[in-house]
Design a protein around this ligand. Structure first.
Ligand code: ASP
Length: 491
């Protein structure tokens, strides 16, 4: 009895946040039914208000947290070890993303959710405002080049608020061939997280290579990162309430839940089933094989982060909570967690990759486009690239899906076919994106444990030697009081 009480106390916050998800749904659906007519955008914004405050606070943590975590983690490791940890993480990201895409393709080609009768849906679903918000006239090559350009922001201050985007302008003699359009570019609102990650990694590497001379600066970033985690601990207590309002406002925004159970039902089940299978069977299996640890205990310890991911639909906004769960509950080495998680939250999105592949093939099935083996391979490659390019923000996957559609010659407008269920699929894929990053950190930390221990011993030795040297210099200063100018060089 006593131990049950203790477990409940320890996990109170997680239980409350998970309940928040359910309460948000129940209250939203009840409100829709009681009201009987749709809510105005003003009413929705009032319900969203508290959720929005929670989201704003989480978002405010992202920038200082990513910068301080990456710099302090890489700065306190030696270069070889950083390269090993980074390399292991990237290999894990690539392998698991490819597995997710293959799983998605197998599911969608076997279940064929697009082969049921969709005529009404195609004609009726003309949510033009939503589509034009998502649609951009741009080619796959431009999207990939933008991704690389954003890795190298010309101005780091600007990168904190804006990212680069190619804009194609039609020529005077209008043509639909985008390749003939004029290529220009602009900076649009949105933090360029990828650019900041690359800049922080570079800064961390430079710090680590001059380690002893820059120990003070490394300490500054270490302490800043600790402080950000402290603030995260406070903010996490807002999550149960924040999540209720985020979910409730999303539910009352819906015209109806019919699409989830009706025409798009099979598509929904295919994507959701695939994503959940990947997150709760395949990834745990990989984790177990590599670490021999219980993956479900690991998942249970990540519940707080998963509930926040579901509520916010953003892996970047969830990042502070993910780091907290990994370090505090799963006891993952903080140097690994703070190094690989910001990178994972930016580029590793298994749920998104699976979704993009399934959705593109689903649309091809509706449109009766026969796909060759070659085009399926092209879909898998672009879906992987699109998931890397998708930002960790709500519905980013829907935007980058245009690129996957483009490879099989489908128009961007066709995202309208899946837009109705995207809000919920987005939350499910965000949960698995976060879980994938966490398993990655767990695996990399396990595989690097010996090296991390050696690194710790080495850096302790360096610090000791350093302070011995300083003591020695001080002694010399005292001995040579008369020639203090020469001796001061040792200090
Ligand atoms: N919302 C997802 C995330 O933040 C990205 C997506 O739209 O798939 O991880």
């Amino acid at each position: 009895m006593h131990s049950i009480k203790k477990i409940i106390c320890l996990n109170l916050l997680t239980i409350l946040t998970m309940s928040g998800v359910i309460i948000g749904f129940i209250v939203g659906i009840t409100l829709i039914n009681v009201r009987g007519e749709s809510f105005t955008s003003r009413e929705i914004s009032y319900v969203y208000f508290i959720g929005d405050i929670f989201l704003r606070i989480l978002k405010a943590l992202i920038l200082p947290l990513i910068i301080s975590s990456l710099i302090s983690a890489i700065g306190s490791l030696d270069l070889q070890l950083s390269a090993k940890i980074g390399g292991r993480a990237i290999i894990y990201y690539i392998i698991t993303t490819i597995i997710a895409v293959i799983l998605g393709i197998i599911l969608v080609q076997t279940i064929k959710p697009g082969k049921i009768n969709f005529n009404d849906h195609i004609n009726s679903n003309n949510d033009s405002e939503a589509i034009s918000n998502k649609k951009r006239n741009i080619t796959t090559t431009d999207t990939l080049l933008d991704l690389i350009k954003n890795m190298f922001p010309p101005n780091l201050i600007q990168a904190c608020t804006k990212q680069y985007q190619t804009v194609l302008k039609p020529p005077k003699n209008f043509t639909t061939d985008l390749l003939k359009w004029k290529v220009t570019g602009e900076f649009v609102d949105g933090m360029n997280i990828l650019g900041l990650v690359v800049a922080s990694i570079t800064f961390g590497i430079a710090l680590s290579s001059v380690k002893t001379e820059a120990q003070t600066l490394i300490n500054v970033f270490n302490e800043m990162s600790k402080i950000m985690m402290k603030i995260t601990c406070w903010v996490i207590w807002l999550s149960p309430v924040g999540v209720i309002f985020l979910i409730c406002s999303k539910v009352i925004e819906l015209e109806s839940l019919d699409d989830l159970f009706g025409k798009l039902g099979l598509f929904f089940i295919t994507v959701a089933g695939g994503i959940l299978f990947h997150g709760f069977v395949i990834l745990p299996l990989i984790f177990f094989v590599l670490t021999r640890k219980n993956p479900y205990k690991f998942i249970a310890n990540m519940s707080q982060a998963m509930a926040t991911a579901f509520g916010t639909a953003s892996s970047s906004a969830t990042l502070p909570v993910t780091i907290n769960c990994l370090e505090d509950k799963n006891n993952i080495d903080s140097r690994v967690a703070r190094f690989v998680l910001p990178i994972g939250a930016t580029i590793n999105m298994d749920g998104t990759a699976l979704y993009e592949a399934v959705a593109a093939l689903f649309i091809a099935q509706i449109r009766d486009v026969d796909l060759t083996f070659g085009s399926i391979i092209a879909v898998s490659i672009t879906a992987t690239a699109a998931s890397i390019g998708a930002a960790g923000i709500p519905q980013a996957g829907l935007v980058t899906m245009v690129m996957v559609l483009d490879t099989i010659g489908l128009p961007a407008e066709d995202i309208s076919l899946v837009i109705a269920v995207d809000w919920l699929l987005d939350r499910i894929r965000t949960v698995v994106n976060v879980l994938g990053d966490s398993f990655g950190a767990g695996i990399v930390s396990f595989l690097s444990q010996n090296e991390l221990n050696n690194n710790e011993i080495k850096s302790n030795r360096n610090i000791n030697e350093n302070s011995n040297n300083k003591n020695q210099s001080r002694t010399m200063l005292i001995e040579n009081e008369n020639d203090s100018t020469i001796v001061s060089e040792y200090l």
